[in-house]
Design a protein around this ligand. Structure first.
Ligand code: ZN
Ligand code: ZN
Length: 356
């Protein structure tokens, strides 16, 4: 199977004619789904036949979420539960029974809008707002009974926020694994890792027997993106060596991966070629180690991921056991957009897989 072709995440544009917003073009938002934009009513009407099914599904999911939200905000409390959960139960949602319908409806809304408008190549606005919803759900329910933490890293990566993705993954891979961590105490630190070094050795939570599959896959992608940027810097240096001044090479190197992790590491980019080469080898070795760990945990994962990942992602299982095909499908579903939207990511992991 050839690797899936690269696609870019979409910027805000008219859904009918694709014109983007500018100082002279103000786009109108569809009031139904609140996710599609049009230059005017004429283009909105012209797009309606194609748009209406998805629009209605999103509107329905949002209406349910908003009505559950209102119900919970008006909740007066009873013997078991304090009133005003949004003030009195932060961090403990789900543990409080009345919050469950709300949490389910909110997740269903995010899931629906992501499927309709936020899948691979989808809209950046939708990905951004979905990420905010999920992070807020984690604030309300620290223990994350619904597993939204598996969806979060891919969204961060799609938005080019690799450092935040890495920090998020590292918290779940370290602090969350500590036996002594007190989930019930909302004073204890939560998702507080900041500026962790994404070039470091993988932590225990991403390897070994109790791997968190979707998180391990997200870490692989972050490292693949670092590798792609480092190799681009290497190629630039090789191609230009001796033909243009070092300052220009430095400038070009700074442009490489400027939104990602490598762009914030001038120490590596501006280091000598030997240092760059050694960092490249280190990252490759880390990716291979993670690759092997994932393969041991779930032998079906890589053949599906490197075979026909879209087909795997489309089959969304309701339940899974650890290390099963179903878990692999779920993890692929959570991550496929972030891989396809990274130019060269599939080819990089495929090439590395042949040397494991
Ligand atoms: Zn238009
Ligand atoms: Zn709409």
């Amino acid at each position: 199977m050839p690797t899936p072709p690269h696609r870019k995440i979409s910027q805000r544009a008219c859904d009918f004619c694709a014109i983007t917003e500018s100082s002279t073009t103000h786009l109108l938002r569809c009031s139904g789904c609140q996710a599609s934009y049009y230059c005017d009513k004429i283009h909105q009407a012209a797009d309606r036949p194609r748009h209406k099914t998805g629009c209605k599904a999103v509107k329905k999911a949002r209406d349910t979420y908003e009505s559950e939200d209102q119900k919970l905000r008006n909740f007066q409390g009873d013997i078991m539960t304090p009133s005003h959960p949004f003030e009195n139960c932060i961090g403990h949602f789900w543990g409080v029974l009345e919050t469950r319908d709300y949490m389910r409806a909110r997740y269903n809304f995010v899931d629906t809008i992501m499927q309709v408008f936020g899948a691979t190549g989808g809209r950046i606005d939708v990905v951004r707002s979905s990420l905010e919803h999920l992070l807020d759900m984690l604030r309300l329910c620290r223990g994350d009974n619904m597993g939204v933490r598996d969806v979060v890293p891919g969204l961060y990566i799609r938005l080019g926020r690799d450092q935040e993705a890495y920090d998020f993954l590292k918290w779940w891979g370290t602090t969350a694994k500590e036996d002594t961590y007190d989930w019930g105490d909302t004073e204890s630190s939560y998702l507080d890792v900041k500026d962790a070094d994404a070039l470091e050795e993988p932590v225990e939570g991403w390897k070994g027997k109790w791997i968190d599959l979707s998180h391990a896959v997200a870490v692989v992608l972050i490292k693949v993106r670092i590798l792609i940027d480092l190799q681009a810097a290497q190629n630039t240096t090789r191609a230009l060596h001796g033909t243009i001044p070092q300052e220009i090479i430095d400038l070009i190197r700074d442009e490489i991966g400027s939104s990602g992790i490598v762009g914030s590491r001038p120490d590596i980019l501006r280091g000598d070629t030997e240092k760059l080469a050694s960092v490249v080898e280190t990252i490759k070795a880390q990716i291979k180690e993670l690759y092997k760990g994932i393969n041991e945990y779930c032998p079906d994962f890589w053949p599906m991921f490197l075979g026909n990942p879209q087909a795997a992602a489309n089959q969304r299982p309701g339940a899974y056991t650890h290390g099963s095909k179903e878990e692999a499908r779920l993890a692929i579903g959570y991550s496929i957009a972030s891989w396809i939207e990274t130019a060269g990511a599939f080819d990089t992991i495929k090439a590395l897989s042949q040397t494991v």
